[in-house]
Design a binder for this molecule. Structure first.
Ligand SMILES: *Cc1c(COP(=O)(O)O)cnc(C)c1O
Length: 402
């Protein structure tokens, strides 16, 4: 099929990110790779085998349909964990496939135990505890009933994990709330353990908490955004740069008086792994005083060269970047002019002589010495870096490069 753009995923950059996290957490903490949202837009079917080639053996998704895609993509017997949606009639399938899933509703727990009994295979459960995010998770008052149900079904389940999710570890403004959550988590874990339910894996930390609250790493961390080369927030990055020694790993507990000086010696250890590019489709010269694209938001001030690129909001290039976005051509930044259309955008190449049809256009990533970062989208629009990435349509062909 013909596509107007392609996405390249760098294996060496991914390796660097994963190694970086692994060095930080050490060999005793399990690395669970979060690949929900089509692997944050990078593409599950490409990303999963690539991560497996770098010895990742544990993947987390949001839904049963994503779990199916990981199942089809994996080439090792990697673990798959569903953190959110699974319908009642998919529970049997998950149990048969050995796919683990969160339980946070008594109904789901009941149905899972019944299915497991019928199939004759234990359900692999992750008991999600409500600790203050107020999204999903068993409330304290429901835990007695959880225990009662489990005791009725010995042999029909294994408690693979007990977990919770923190409500914003990427910002210090949530510090007190996060601390309360961590404390509640341990209280409820202890309560379950007293009743004989000891999980193999306690897991709480996503990318931000892995860095900012190292005590939450426990037996497993759920790493999403960082493995793709992005910090959850600039604050998390600053926390890392200020608190961690250059090559070592002491869990952020470094109290050396030298600490402040170290920042100058740091460079960002994360590498973006995605590169999204297209090609110039048309070039034309327009006289002064003309409007470009729909409406009147852009008017030429002189004789200008305009290049049209076959990428629009349909392809994940948000209309919010009309007149303010930038792309790379010939290793130089050029400005988006006029409104971004459904399938096209226009850029001003007046000061870039020699641009012709077929020249490469980089929308995200590097070209020669320049780079368009996802953060630049996020700075110019209301979208988080997470959101910019997941908007990249799954139809765009994706390739692994070194
Ligand atoms: C998305 C998600 C993660 C990963 O978050 P990052 O900030 O991308 O590391 C971890 N846990 C849960 C429950 C999630 O939904």
């Amino acid at each position: 099929m013909f596509h107007t753009s392609k996405i390249e995923i760098s294996k060496s950059a991914l390796k660097q990110n994963i190694d970086f996290v692994r060095n930080l957490i050490g060999p005793d903490v399990r690395y669970c790779s979060v690949v929900k949202g089509n692997a944050y837009g990078h593409g599950i079917s490409l990303f999963v085998p690539l991560a497996e080639s770098l010895d990742v053996r544990s993947f987390a998704v949001f839904s049963a349909s994503e779990a199916l895609r990981v199942l089809e993509a994996r080439s090792e017997q990697s673990d798959i964990m569903i953190m959110g949606a699974i319908d009642r009639d998919q529970l049997g399938w998950a149990i048969e496939q050995g796919i683990s899933f969160y339980v946070f509703e008594l109904d789901r727990l009941r149905a899972a135990l019944k299915q497991a009994q019928k199939i004759g295979r234990p359900a692999q459960l992750h008991i999600e505890l409500e600790t203050g995010m107020n999204r999903t998770g068993f409330e304290e008052k429901e835990l007695r009933e959880v225990v009662r149900l489990l005791k009725k079904h010995p042999g029909d389940f294994e408690i693979e994990g007990v977990n919770t999710h923190l409500a914003g570890a990427e910002s210090s403004s949530n510090f007190l709330r996060i601390h309360q959550q961590i404390q509640r988590f341990h209280e409820h874990c202890a309560w379950l353990a007293q009743r004989g339910f000891q999980p193999r894996l306690r897991h709480v930390a996503s990318s931000a908490a892995t860095f900012t609250y190292p005590e939450t790493r426990l037996e497993m961390v759920r790493i999403g955004i960082v493995q793709y080369g992005y910090w959850p927030t600039t604050e998390t990055k600053m926390h890392y740069l200020l608190n961690y020694p250059r090559n070592g790993n002491n869990g952020g507990q470094n109290n050396s008086p030298e600490k402040g000086k170290r920042i100058a010696r740091h460079t960002d250890p994360l590498k973006r792994i995605i590169r999204w590019s297209s090609r110039v489709m048309s070039v034309k010269t327009i006289g002064p005083g003309e409007f470009v694209s729909y409406g009147t938001s852009y008017q030429t001030t002189r004789r200008q060269q305009v290049a049209t690129v076959p990428i629009g909001y349909f392809h994940g290039f948000t209309r919010g970047l009309s007149n303010i976005g930038q792309v790379l051509i010939h290793g130089k930044r050029v400005q988006v002019i006029g409104n971004v259309n459904m399938n096209m955008l226009m850029v001003d190449v007046t000061d870039l002589p020699g641009v012709k049809v077929g020249d490469e256009v980089v929308l995200i990533g590097k070209q020669k010495k320049m780079e368009i970062s996802v953060a630049s989208f996020a700075d110019l629009t209301p979208f988080l870096n997470y959101e910019v990435l997941v908007r990249l349509p799954s139809e765009i062909p994706r390739f692994v490069v070194d």
